[in-house]
Design a protein around this ligand. Structure first.
Ligand code: KG4
Ligand code: ZN
Length: 339
């Protein structure tokens, strides 16, 4: 089954072709980072307009790269939510119109399910069940995953998501947007000089809280004089140490509590080198496995949507196809979970 996947929930237009027998055939991405950089964050209206410009040329590009035509496609997967309403509407309307005209099934994919299953796109994919750490700009969750649609929430953030904490801290340090990669880059020049708290590190649960850490950075930034490049790098270094220590500790607790020996990490923060270093060490020590998506599939992309959609389309008995443009800007992953 050949599935076209379309991602347009935020500031990246991603398109991919996934074949259930032959794997990922092609994928293409346009990032709007440069366009939003001047505004210090995503401008929703600009994002929607740009998705309109990019979606069809990227679709043609992936078809050509895989030597396929529209008529070869058996199903279409699109990000239905959560995300920016206007941006979601672009991908949804294109996907539904194409599916309607080609008389093929379509499926609205939950963006986080896409992230969650992204490590399965790699060679020697992890086997169910596993513990998943999903750390993106909007979410920080630990889940037990027993199969497609079988997700059990183990822990969540009480306030900011990990990526959001990276972005806000980068802003406080006067670094560019998006903050995560910029902060990780400058942290390479940093060293141990300051001390920041590790909120919830020793809490008995698997929840996170990052807003106190951000406030501690603000206090530190205000009292550090001069706030030169070295001081920025040292604060970034300590911040990254704090976040990655907390994330690693919680992952190891989740593995211990579930009795599982398999961890997967996904979402934009999963691209962080220091996080990967710590998780590799910690899992090795406990004889557990850890898997990540390739770097480009940690952040938003079409491949993860094509993959998640293909798994669902394969398992579905489609009787009456719904081609309405129903986006879900707010959509709790819990609604997907099968009892
Ligand atoms: O998964 P994603 O592309 O979008 C959401 O669904 O949110 O994640 C984007 C987030 C941003 O907050 C970005 O700053 C963060 O992931 N990020 C990183 C790194 N690369 C992206 N954070 C830390 N280190 C990185 N290398
Ligand atoms: Zn995402």
């Amino acid at each position: 089954m050949l599935v076209l996947g379309l991602e347009s929930s935020c500031d990246e237009t991603g398109v991919a072709l996934y074949d259930t027998e032959h794997g990922l055939l092609s994928h293409a991405l346009h990032s709007q980072v440069a366009m939003h950089a001047d505004f210090g964050g995503v401008v929703p209206e600009l994002a929607s307009r740009d998705h309109i410009q990019r979606a069809l040329p990227l679709t043609e590009q992936v078809l050509k790269a895989a030597n396929k035509t529209l008529q070869d496609i058996d199903g279409i997967a699109y990000t239905q939510g959560p995300g920016l309403a206007g941006a979601l509407l672009v991908g949804t309307s294109i996907a539904q119109s194409l599916a309607f005209s080609l008389k093929i099934p379509s499926i609205g994919v939950h963006h986080l399910e896409g992230h969650l299953l992204a490590p399965l796109l790699e060679e020697n994919p992890p086997e169910f069940p596993f513990v998943a750490l999903l750390v993106s700009g909007g979410h920080s969750q630990l889940m037990r995953v027993d199969g497609i649609g079988q997700y059990q929430l183990l822990g969540d953030t009480l306030d900011d998501a990990a990526g959001e904490a990276f972005d806000k801290t980068a802003k406080l340090l006067g670094l560019g947007y998006p903050g995560g990669p910029a902060l990780a880059k400058i942290a390479l020049q940093g060293k141990a000089r300051f001390t920041l708290p590790r909120p919830m590190l020793h809490s008995k649960d698997l929840n996170f809280s990052f807003s106190g850490l951000k406030t501690a950075v603000l206090t530190l930034v205000n009292k550090t004089k001069p706030l030169d490049t070295q001081a920025q790098a040292d604060i970034a270094w300590e911040f990254q140490e704090a976040v990655t220590e907390i994330l690693t500790a919680k992952c190891m607790t989740a593995l211990r509590e579930t009795g599982l020996d398999n961890l997967i990490v996904s979402g934009g923060v999963g691209a962080n080198t220091r996080l990967r270093e710590r998780l590799n060490q910690a899992t090795k020590r406990k004889l557990c496995k850890v898997s990540y998506p390739r770097l480009e599939f940690c952040t938003d992309n079409g491949a993860m949507i094509a993959f998640a959609g293909a798994q669902r389309l394969k398992a579905m008995q489609i009787e009456a196809q719904d081609y309405r443009f129903g986006v879900r800007p707010r959509w709790d992953l819990a609604e997907l979970m099968t009892p």
